[in-house]
Structure formats: structure tokens, C-alpha cells
Design a protein around this ligand. Structure first.
Ligand code: ATP
Ligand code: MG
Ligand code: MG
Ligand code: MG
Length: 575
């Protein structure tokens, strides 16, 4: 590619509303352009990176045996009604009507459509297992679109859906995707960790998130740099709340999603086997009273028993609370929530029981490792969204320095960016939509499903968060918009320079290097600043002075201070 026949547009300043480095640099480097909140155009420079990310994902998905298709962005409401998510999904689901007044959604994800395909197409056990994927535009009407492409409303996701005969098969499909994800994120040049995750609105049981380690992350994870251990922060968050600190409203809302694993982990910690049967746990924090004054909450863990009458779960029925814990009295619950235990209005749940904990954080310091192993050597869910920095600092004091439960490392607390997510769904969708196959005996059986997402566009932002300096982006080779740039001095005037630059350009192209020749004939300072901002990993500067000695200058974007003179004839090999 020659710069004059490409489209470059860089900016000196980022817009004031660009709140993280990746967003600032992507806008300044002319990679993205904002159209509306959370909606971006991928400019030619940005699209090159997105396409490279997609290509790596596609290669590894195909290598793992997944098959590509392409499902529509616009999906009929009927399918979403069948699965129950038309009601459940909430405001993030963009609903539209056609001219006949029929309801549609812009897909935030595609479980319904793929299950509909499966129930029509999969007839026999002989067709299984099968794993379909697509790379497609998603829309989620996020409450707070921000951080550029990292929390957009329109974004690109790779989502895959596996279908198996039984749980054992589904588990193998899950492991294959897990392994593929390790390869993908490694090839993308990222530092990442897999952590055990909340299954949220999608439902299902086994689930891991792939988190890119970066300070701009919205999640908080505990991990051991020396080992593969990555642990549950969500529970540790409970401990910051235990001390009466405030959890942000959005975190509270997130806590209200059912999470069986969360319950099990909390129950395990409390030593209450009985509570393993609870459906959900909500971490409650500070509230305001009727006058709007803040009331520090003491009640922390609210274990929801939708399957029990409140009377049944009076304290007397719950044996052996761990030392230091006791149950809240109705009065205390009333005081903390401003409502009766049966009517926990603020978290929107009825018929619950509250457990009151009054230990100090100091006693809780291995707590965050309480989640179960599941055949994997890491474990954990993340601490949740929007944890304020002071709370993270407190957690850091509590968690850091402890040995990781696998005994192989020391725990560190870090913010992370969720770039991938694997779920074992079981029969959540196949049952709702009636997706079955015939087994060897001709008997209908329900399909076992898994789903596997990767945030394609979010990855571009996450990679920049992990790798940049004060001059701009430092792309890993694999996803840089261009791998190498040739910067000729005086391209228009100096015939020697032009000839050397053109030759090197052709040579690099022939070697398969994705190279751009900057033939714009700009001042060196401006030219360098552009490519440093854009973050092209390899730069060759060609000038008359060097050519006199038969040399050109090479510098790697990651180490600009070290400029290496290379024989002109060897330059292509050097890159
Ligand atoms: P988050 O917790 O960040 O809201 P999620 O758990 O809702 O993400 P999933 O439903 O697991 O997201 O979707 C799979 C992947 O899609 C995520 O791991 C993430 O990389 C990406 N993704 C989700 N929401 C967005 C968004 N608003 N903008 C960009 N990428 C996103
Ligand atoms: Mg989300
Ligand atoms: Mg998430
Ligand atoms: Mg997720």
C-alpha cells in the first residue's frame, strides 16, 4: 500500500469525551470515527486491524472444528418470546417494528436463531457434534456506552454455538473452545487470564471469561502472575461491602442476577451446606432511608430462596453459621433496607432471607479463593463492574501477597477487560425451543448446547490499553494495520531515495510483509509522529545520507531509541 492511494487522517488532539487511552489514540490515529454514543465508523486504518483480528479468530475457530455461517442482524420477536428473553433481557435489547407493526430485535447475541436452525436441521445423532459460528454486528443498548470500541452499543462479536448429544460431549466442545481461545488471545499478542465467571442473563452453569490485564478494565480479578491461577473477586467485593463501604448502583443491579455458582461459593465460605440450594445471592450495600439520608448497611449477604416460603427459612432452620456470623433480625433488615425482609424492594426481590455478617475484612483474607475448581487449574469469577478505585485499593491490601490456592504463586489484584466468554448452556435454549435429535434407538433427545463469544472490536481497544506509550499505539505485529512502514526523506525530489524506497517496498511486499510506503513527501517530524501514533511496529527510514553508505535506518516501534543502520540490500530480510 502507498500512503497517497490509502486514506490517512490523524489528529493532534483527542476529543474531550474520549475517556481512555485506546479511545483517544484510535480517534487520533484515524482508526475510528464516532457517529453516535457507542456507535463508530471503522475508518480504513481501523478496519485493517479489525479484519486481522477476525482472520486470526476465523483460523483458530476453523482449526477447532467450528463451521462458519452468517445469521441475520434483525431477528423476529417470536423467537425471543419463545426463549423467554423478550421479557427478561431488559433495556439493552433494541426492539423495532416493521411496517406491518411486527416486533423485531437487533440481535445482541444469537442463541435463539441458532437453536431455531438446530431444531430444523439437526435430526440425527449422526450430525453431532456440531459447532456453528459467525462474526457479526451486535447491538446492545448499553446504559453507559464508553471507552470507545470497548463498550460500544454497535460492535462486532464472534459468537459460536455448539450442539452435542450429552453433557460429556458438550463438555468436550467447551474444552475445545477454551483451548482455541487460549490460542487466539496468544496470537493476538495479549496478556490475559481465564477466570471463572457469572453466567448472567444468558443462563447456564459452567462459564469462564477471558480477561485482558489492563488498568482501564471495568472488571477486577485476582491472579497469580507466576501460575495460571486467576480468582474470584466478586466474592472479595462482598468484603469491601462488609465493612460498610458503598457498592455502586450498577454493581447492585448486577448482583441481582441469579448466580448459582456465586451462591455455592458463598455458602461454602459460610459453611452452610443447606444454602447451596439457594437460587441466588445478592450483595447489598448502603441504602438511603425515607428521608433520603444515607444509611450504612450492615446486612451484606442476601440469599434468595425463591423456592421457599420465608417462614421456612427462619434462622432456626439454618444450622452452624460460621463463627462470627449471625442472622439478621427482622428489625436489622428493616433498618438496613428500609423494608421488611419479605419485601426487599431495593433489590427487587421478594420472599428472601438475609444473613448478617459482622466480621472485619482482616479476617477474610483468603476468602477470595473460595470458588470451586472445575477440572481447571484456575478458578474465579470477576469482582464485577465499576468497582471504585478506593475499594480496589482496599481489596488489594487484603488480597495481594497471599499465596494462590494452587500454591504456585502470589496473588495480585488487577483490573481486566473481558474479551471473551465461554458458557456451558445445557438445555436452556434447546428445551425452550424444542430442539431435539434422534439417538441410536430412534428416541428424541434434547440437544446440549454451549455458547462462546469474543468481542472482536473490543479487542482492538484492549490491545492498545495493554501496549502504548506517550507517542501512540504499539501494535503487536499480528494485528497492526500495517506491519512495516517505509519513510523516505525527500521522496519527490531525490531520485536515489525514491528508487531505494520503491525497491524495498516491492521486495517487502514480495516477502509477504504488510508494508506501507509513505509517499506523501511530508516533513520527517510529521511523518514520524503519524506512524508512531498509528503504532506500526517496524519503521525503515531512507535518506540520501544513509544511502551514500549503502544503508537505511531501522527502528522498532517498541524501542524507538535504538536506531539500527542496515545495509540497503539486507533491509528486507531485516524486517
Ligand atoms: P460485559 O460484561 O463487558 O458487558 P458481556 O458479559 O455482557 O460483556 P457477553 O455477552 O459475554 O458480554 O459477550 C461476549 C463478548 O462480547 C464479551 O466478552 C465482550 O468481549 C464483547 N462485548 C460485550 N459487550 C460489548 C460491548 N458493549 N462493546 C464491545 N464488546 C462487547
Ligand atoms: Mg454486558
Ligand atoms: Mg461480562
Ligand atoms: Mg460475558
Amino acid at each position: 500500500m502507498r500512503a497517497r492511494s490509502f486514506f490517512l487522517s490523524t489528529l493532534k488532539e483527542a476529543p474531550a469525551d474520549a475517556d481512555v487511552v485506546s479511545q483517544q489514540y484510535m480517534i487520533r490515529a484515524g482508526m475510528i470515527k464516532k457517529l453516535a454514543a457507542g456507535v463508530y465508523t471503522y475508518m480504513p486504518m481501523g478496519l485493517r486491524t479489525i479484519r486481522k483480528i477476525e482472520a486470526i479468530i476465523r483460523e483458530e475457530m476453523n482449526a477447532a472444528g467450528a463451521v462458519e455461517l452468517l445469521m441475520p442482524i434483525v431477528q423476529p420477536a417470536e423467537l425471543w418470546q419463545e426463549s423467554g428473553r423478550w421479557e427478561k433481557y431488559g433495556a439493552e435489547l433494541l426492539r423495532i417494528k416493521d411496517r406491518h407493526d411486527r416486533d423485531f430485535v437487533i440481535q445482541p447475541t444469537s442463541e435463539e436463531v441458532i437453536t431455531d436452525i438446530a431444531r430444523q436441521e439437526i435430526k440425527s445423532w449422526r450430525q453431532l457434534p456440531v459447532n456453528f459460528y459467525h462474526i457479526q454486528t451486535k447491538f446492545r443498548d448499553e446504559r453507559r456506552p464508553r471507552f470507545g470500541v470497548m463498550r460500544g452499543r454497535e460492535f462486532t462479536m464472534k459468537d459460536a454455538y455448539s450442539f452435542d448429544r450429552d453433557e460429556e460431549g458438550a463438555s468436550k466442545s467447551y474444552d475445545a473452545m477454551y483451548a482455541a481461545y487460549q490460542k487466539i488471545f496468544t496470537r493476538l499478542g495479549l496478556m490475559f487470564r481465564a477466570v471463572r465467571a457469572d453466567t448472567g442473563a444468558i443462563g447456564g452453569s459452567r462459564s469462564h471469561e477471558f480477561q485482558v490485564i489492563a488498568n482501564a478494565g471495568e472488571d477486577v480479578i485476582a491472579y497469580a502472575p507466576e501460575s495460571d491461577y486467576a480468582a474470584n473477586i466478586e466474592l472479595a467485593e462482598a468484603f469491601s461491602v462488609l465493612e460498610g463501604r458503598q457498592a455502586p448502583a450498577e454493581t447492585m443491579e448486577k448482583r441481582a442476577t441469579p448466580g448459582k455458582e456465586k451462591c455455592e461459593a458463598v455458602a461454602e465460605y459460610l459453611g452452610l451446606d443447606l444454602l447451596k440450594s439457594v437460587k441466588s445471592v445478592v450483595l447489598a450495600a448502603d441504602r438511603v432511608n425515607e428521608k433520603g439520608e444515607p444509611m450504612p448497611a450492615k446486612i451484606v449477604l442476601v440469599l434468595l430462596r425463591a423456592d421457599h416460603e420465608l417462614n421456612e427459612v427462619k434462622a432456626g432452620h439454618l444450622p452452624e453459621l460460621k463463627e462470627g456470623f449471625r442472622f439478621a433480625t427482622d428489625d436489622e433488615i428493616m433498618q438496613a433496607f428500609g423494608s421488611k425482609p419479605g419485601y426487599l424492594g431495593p433489590v427487587g426481590v421478594k420472599e428472601d432471607v438475609a444473613v448478617y455478617a459482622d466480621r472485619t475484612v482482616a479476617d477474610m483474607s483468603d476468602f477470595c479463593c473460595g470458588a470451586n475448581e472445575e477440572g481447571f487449574h484456575y478458578t474465579g469469577v470477576n469482582f464485577g463492574r465499576d468497582l471504585p478505585e478506593p475499594a480496589v485499593a482496599d481489596l488489594r491490601n487484603v488480597v495481594e501477597g497471599d499465596r494462590s490456592p494452587d500454591g504456585c504463586g502470589t496473588l495480585k489484584l488487577q483490573r481486566g477487560i473481558e474479551v471473551g466468554h465461554v458458557f456451558f448452556l445445557g438445555t436452556r435454549y434447546s428445551e425452550a425451543l424444542g430442539a431435539t435429535y434422534l439417538d441410536e434407538n430412534g428416541k428424541p433427545q434434547i440437544l446440549q448446547m454451549g455458547c462462546y463469544g469474543i468481542g472482536v472490536t473490543r479487542l482492538a481497544g484492549a490491545a492498545i490499553e495493554q501496549s502504548h506509550d506517550e507517542k501512540g499505539i504499539i501494535w503487536p505485529d499480528s494485528i497492526a494495520p500495517f506491519e512495516a512502514v517505509i519513510c523516505p526523506m525527500n521522496y519527490a525530489k531525490s531520485e536515489d531515495v525514491r528508487k531505494a524506497a520503491d525497491e524495498l517496498y516491492e521486495e517487502l511486499k514480495a516477502k509477504g510483509v504488510d508494508v506501507i510506503l509513505d509517499d506523501r513527501d511530508m516533513r520527517p517530524g510529521v511523518m514520524f509522529a503519524d506512524w508512531e501514533l498509528i503504532g506500526v511496529p517496524h519503521r525503515i527510514v531512507i535518506g540520501d545520507r544513509g544511502l551514500k553508505n549503502g544503508e537505511v535506518e531501522y527502528a522498532a516501534r517498541g524501542n524507538l531509541a535504538e536506531k539500527i543502520m542496515v545495509k540497503t540490500a539486507e533491509a528486507a530480510d531485516f524486517v
